[in-house]
Design a protein around this ligand. Structure first.
Ligand SMILES: NC(=O)c1ccc[n+]([C@@H]2O[C@H](COP(=O)([O-])OP(=O)(O)OC[C@H]3O[C@@H](n4cnc5c(N)ncnc54)[C@H](O)[C@@H]3O)[C@@H](O)[C@H]2O)c1
Ligand SMILES: O=C(O)CC[C@@H](O)C(=O)O
Length: 409
């Protein structure tokens, strides 16, 4: 049974994938001295070895934290996804092990929206192709196939944080915005919800995807959806690589069904900057290919570092789990002068009453108690006198269904 009650100097953070130094600065300022910062993603044995004694791990989109990997990380208390997407983490497996997952849901929203808008303008003008031809010594001076953004229709699939931000920016350029979402959304400005995804595909001059990676979004744009788009339209994907089928997209660019595309995410992305990028889209001049950098701006990465580090620090120091993407959310006040016991358990009837009976049987007075559950996991936080916490930790770790216990001083 993982039991944690540690001095900050013994708590180990492993930050992978070149997370911004702002995260290290925040952790160090909060008193955490063991922070390993690694430039790339890890997998297999290397990843397991790194996580064997880690209490916190920080990743971006490349590191796959599967159930098997989590099983090899017995001390892991929480995971920081220093990005928006959390599809690379088995969230259920993490919760079932009592591991909370935090992300940065908004810090790179603006960066993605700006990139998509810039790509829309460049593609409408055929700039990627003209640029490529000029690099080869050619000169494509022509207005044919070059259009203003003003008055064009932008179709946004997934009207969440990024989709809505983009909607506002696009309208400021005089574009018409239509959107499709599985949830009813308040249209911003003059944007309008399309009757269906098919209706959006048939009407938009530019289709851009901003959905999460889910079973329902897998390959949602394939040959038939591309065929349903207007001839000469543009497709942009800065969401996840499993959303668009790449082969039919390449065919549609070659046949002229689509005038251009901008793709930032791919079904298979290189593991590091040293590996070759392989894609049927390579060599197609009017396709902008970017290496999953939609959210990679200095501003976004610095903000993400601060935001996610703050969530990990708060969870480590105080037990507050609000904004976790997989864990019961509890907002806790400070616990000055008290010891705080955190108990994560399987969500089944009777656990709380057993905890309280044990405390009562051992004459442990409760100063404050908080409980929240999420799906199959419950999270109880109990503040008590310092002299009681050793006994309480010992006894509560034995309650059937206990997943993890921690005490904070
Ligand atoms: N390229 C990058 O660097 C980069 C950066 C940030 C985010 N992303 C990706 O973009 C995604 C979207 O980010 P966000 O912050 O806007 O997320 P969000 O959760 O705020 O919005 C996603 C929207 O998609 C909708 N949706 C879900 N399934 C759908 C479906 N089948 N059809 C239509 N709509 C559907 C949701 O209802 C929601 O409104 C993230 O999940 C992430 O994978 C990529
Ligand atoms: O920084 C990354 O690796 C991922 C960025 C983006 O896809 C996200 O989900 O925020």
């Amino acid at each position: 049974m993982p039991k944690t009650s540690l001095d900050k100097s013994k708590i180990k953070f492993v930050l992978l994938e070149g997370i911004h130094a702002s995260a290290v600065d925040a952790l160090t300022a909060a008193g955490y001295t063991q922070v390993d910062l690694l430039p790339g993603a890890l997998e297999g044995e290397e990843l397991r070895a790194r996580l064997a004694d880690a209490h916190f791990v920080g990743i971006r989109s490349r590191t796959q934290l599967t159930a098997e990997v989590l099983a090899a990380a017995p001390k892991l208390v929480a995971i920081g996804a220093f990005c928006i997407g959390t599809n690379q983490i088995d969230l259920k497996a993490a919760r079932e092990r009592g591991i909370a997952v935090f992300n940065a849901p908004y810090s790179n929203t603006r960066s993605v929206a700006e990139l998509v808008l810039a790509e829309s303008i460049l593609l409408l003008r055929g700039i990627p192709e003209k640029n490529a031809v000029a690099h080869r010594g050619g000169w494509l001076k022509s207005a044919d196939g070059a259009f203003e953004a003003r008055g064009k229709t932008l179709g946004i699939i997934g009207y969440g944080a990024i989709g809505t931000q983009l909607s506002v920016l696009a309208e400021s350029l005089g574009m018409h915005v239509i959107f499709h979402d599985v949830v009813a959304k308040l249209p911003l400005g003059n944007a309008r919800q399309a009757r269906s995804m098919e209706a959006l595909l048939a009407e938009a001059d530019i289709v851009t995807l901003h959905v999460p990676e889910l079973p329902s979004t897998q390959w949602m744009i394939g040959a038939s959806e591309i065929a349903a788009m207007k001839r000469g339209a543009i497709l942009i994907n800065a969401s996840r690589g499993t959303v668009v089928e790449i082969e039919p997209l390449a065919e549609a660019i070659k046949s002229g069904q689509l005038a251009g595309a901008a793709i930032d995410v791919f079904p298979k992305e290189p593991k590091s900057n040293k590996d070759e990028f392989v894609s049927p889209l390579r060599g197609l001049d009017n396709v902008i290919l970017t290496p999953h950098i939609g959210g990679s701006t200095v501003e976004a990465q610095a903000n993400i570092g601060v935001e996610v580090a703050a969530k990990l620090i708060r969870y480590s120091d105080n037990g507050t789990s609000t904004s976790s993407v997989n864990f019961p959310e509890v907002a806790l006040p400070a616990h000055e002068g008290k010891h705080r016991l955190l108990h994560v358990h399987q969500n089944m009837p009777g656990v709380l009453s057993q905890i309280n009976s044990i405390l009562s049987d051992n004459h442990i007075n409760i100063s404050a108690q908080y409980l929240q559950t999420r799906d199959d996991v419950g999270y109880v936080v109990i503040d008590m006198d310092a002299r009681s916490s050793d006994v309480a930790l010992e006894k509560l770790a034995q309650v059937p269904g206990t997943l993890r216990t921690r005490v904070l001083f």
